[in-house]
Design a protein around this ligand. Structure first.
Ligand code: UN1
Length: 498
């Protein structure tokens, strides 16, 4: 396969609308085959400095460009993404491994985001209110912040970049972006799309490299006023601590330990479909992936049986091949982590019903493939039921009641997504109220958030901010209170009130 889909062998940073060559490189490999796809630069701190300097200058004029005009660029970005959808999806599968159908879905998520955020160019609503004093006007407006830093993960390399860069840009900011080194091609392609759409030079700048060098340089840079990060809990806490010291605004999205609850009255066929899709789609490598099934004891055996039967039918392999439903794991570190948790689950006494091993038959030996895995008789205290595994591993936890199901769901330190399968309308409304997660699904799995709703979660998942939805604008704007006194005299608030 190689990189026939790609027009370069080595990627370059994108600064001030120019492709700036790097000096040190690392290889990006296709997780499905182990073949090298492209070389990506490992940049130095000085490249971040250069990008920030350019962005700072460019942002001043961009902020003065009327928002509806800024939005025109995003409409064009959406149009170009639509034209290139198939090409982008194939490249995405090549670098990330997700199956082509899901890659197409991810590109679509970016297209949706482009048109949605372009619409914000004609809204970006502020608020007017009444002043305390006569002949005085009061309003709150959104103001751009300046240069913003975005740090994006490998598991949704284009969608998450659109969730962050589109609202930042429509709101009048300039962006310095560090994409994950595992998946730089989507960043290269998106930078080209921005350029072809007519985004002025310097508004988006891509700096490839490691978190330890490029990421840290961004976090430390005094002219980067916001950091928006999606990735691991460990990196997120490090970023939060650094930003805290500098009083820098930071938005974090850091994964989950998402559960599907299956009640005794659930449509079991539907529940099985929902579990399979959200646990094994993307090989479980989504922040929203289902990795726990909290099942009512009366339907536990039946659910186990049906899950096992359906799991046997999942076809695993290269995501570019027809009919494949489960692709590879991103890299060796990902594989090691999954293997470690299989060992932990067994030691903890959970019962392994399916999978639990690496797949090496035939062509699979060249890539990173892990068999979809099902544990049962897990308890909420076990590490496999508490910690994020980021792979195709799901643990069944039996419960006796609806109340216990809610309690078990909420017993983890994460709070991204949850789901319940039930036909009881009272349980539906109680569940949406009591499930302590940022996203709740009823009669659907835990994945599949839509871009016009807020994306993020409670507790260890984040720090109160949201990606996508209109709420994303709160990350990339400051609220400014504006008072206009047209009385012609000095009116003192709180004092000259009759
Ligand atoms: C992620 O895994 O970080 O809701 C993003 C979903 C997708 C986005 C996942 N729309 O599963």
């Amino acid at each position: 396969m190689g990189n026939t889909l790609l027009d370069v062998k080595k990627l370059a940073n994108y600064i001030n609308g120019e492709w700036v060559e790097g000096t040190n490189f690392t290889a990006v490999t296709n997780p499905a085959t182990g073949e090298e796809v492209v070389q990506v630069p490992l940049s130095e701190e000085s490249t971040v400095d250069e990008a920030v300097k350019i962005a700072k200058k460019a942002q001043k004029e961009w902020a003065l460009t009327p928002a509806p005009q800024r939005a025109e660029v995003l409409y064009e970005v959406g149009n170009i993404m639509k034209e290139r959808k198939e090409h982008l999806a194939q490249l995405l599968t090549l670098e990330n491994g997700k199956v082509l159908e899901e890659a197409r879905g991810e590109v679509q998520e970016g297209i949706d985001m482009a048109y949605y955020m372009a619409g914000e160019g004609r809204r970006l609503f502020g608020q007017t209110t009444n002043a305390e004093l006569k002949d005085k006007f009061a309003m709150s407006v959104r103001a751009p912040i300046g240069v913003v830093g975005i740090i994006t993960p490998w598991n949704f390399p284009i969608a998450i970049a659109t969730w962050k860069s589109f609202p930042a840009i429509v709101a009048g900011n300039a962006v310095v972006w560090k994409p994950a080194t595992e998946t730089p091609i989507m960043a290269y392609e998106l930078a080209k799309i921005y350029e072809d759409a007519g985004l002025p030079k310097g508004i988006i700048n891509v700096v490839f490299g490691s978190g330890g060098t490029v990421g840290d340089a961004m976090v430390h840079h005094p002219d980067i006023r916001v950091i928006s990060f999606t990735g691991s809990n460990e990196t997120g806490s490090h970023i939060a601590a650094e930003c805290g010291r500098q009083l820098k605004k930071v938005s974090l999205e850091m994964g989950g330990k998402n559960a599907v609850i299956v009640m005794d009255d659930a449509d079991l066929d539907l529940a099985v479909e929902g579990i399979l899709w959200s646990a094994f789609g993307t090989s479980g490598q989504r922040c929203t992936a289902c990795s726990r099934v909290i099942v009512h004891e009366d339907v536990k055996e039946e659910l186990e049986k049906r899950l096992q039967t359906e799991m046997e039918k999942l076809s695993i392999g290269n995501g570019l091949h027809d009919g494949v439903k489960v692709g590879p794991i991103i890299n060796d570190a990902g594989m090691e982590k999954i293997k470690k948790y299989i060992g932990i689950g067994k030691e903890e006494g959970a019962k392994l019903l399916a999978g639990g091993h690496v797949l090496t038959e035939g062509d699979l030996a060249n890539g990173n493939y892990f068999a979809p895995t099902l544990f049962t008789d897990a308890t909420s205290e076990m590490r496999i039921a508490q910690e994020e595994i980021f792979g195709p591993v799901v643990s069944l936890i039996p419960v006796k009641s609806f109340e216990e199901a809610i309690e078990v769901n909420n017993s983890v330190t994460y709070g991204l997504s949850s789901s319940i399968f039930t036909k009881d309308v009272n349980r539906v409304f109680k569940a949406q109220r009591d499930l302590d997660t940022g996203i709740v699904y009823v009669n659907a799995g835990t994945t599949g958030a839509e871009i016009h709703l807020p994306f993020g979660g409670t507790k260890g998942t984040g720090n109160g901010h949201r990606d996508s939805g209109v709420q994303a604008l709160d990350v990339f704007t400051e609220w400014k209170a504006v008072y206009v006194d047209y009385s012609g005299k000095l009116q003192r608030a709180q004092i000259d009130v009759e």
